[in-house]
Design a binder for this molecule. Structure first.
Ligand code: SF4
Ligand code: SF4
Length: 56
């Protein structure tokens, strides 16, 4: 399981700063989560102002 960032992302970077394993990087117009590194901790969802990270 991993979190996935939806198109609601406004590329603010708050989630990347909170991820304990550095699984979040800036992609093309939005941030992206590396599913192989994600621990499913939910910290990114808590940090996001628009609730873009979703548990899949
Ligand atoms: Fe990082 Fe946790 Fe979000 Fe996964 S759920 S991307 S480990 S902050
Ligand atoms: Fe996108 Fe939310 Fe992460 Fe900001 S905190 S970069 S809006 S997913």
């Amino acid at each position: 399981m991993a979190y996935v960032i939806s198109d609601e992302c406004i590329a603010c970077g708050a989630c990347a700063a909170e991820c304990p394993v550095g699984a979040i990087t800036e992609g093309d117009g939005k941030f992206e989560i590396n599913a192989d590194e994600c621990l499913d901790c939910g910290a990114c969802a808590s940090a996001c102002p628009v609730e873009a990270p979703k548990a899949e």
